[in-house]
Design a protein around this ligand. Structure first.
Ligand code: SF4
Ligand code: SF4
Length: 95
């Protein structure tokens, strides 16, 4: 399942999408995220899942454009830390 967290406004779409089928709950993205945007939760939509899944924390869902801004690509940085850390390729950013 694809879980979308974020919002759109006049300046664009700002969503982080987690592919919960790919996420193995390793927590590497949580550990590397400097702004604590990501956290591990119990997946309430899947009663058979016995491992946690990553989600955008409640406090950042309406401001991820700003929370993630320091990580966004600049000259010399092409990959976001969370995406770099995720070996199963479960994280996508819309912007
Ligand atoms: S690094 Fe990837 S697989 Fe590990 S918890 Fe984060 S999203 Fe899930
Ligand atoms: S882009 Fe940076 S701040 Fe945003 S979720 Fe990824 S590691 Fe965290």
């Amino acid at each position: 399942m694809l879980a979308n967290y974020g919002y759109k406004d006049g300046s664009g779409d700002f969503f982080i999408t987690i592919d919960t089928d790919k996420c193995n709950g390793c927590g590497k993205c949580v550990a590397i995220c400097p702004a604590r945007v990501l956290g591990l939760i119990t997946d309430e939509s899947d009663p058979f899942r016995d491992i946690p899944v990553v989600a955008v924390t409640e406090e950042h869902r309406r401001k991820i454009k700003y929370s993630c801004a320091p990580c966004k690509p600049t000259v010399g940085r092409k990959t976001l830390p969370c995406i770099y850390a995720c070996q199963p390729n479960a994280i996508k950013h819309s912007w």
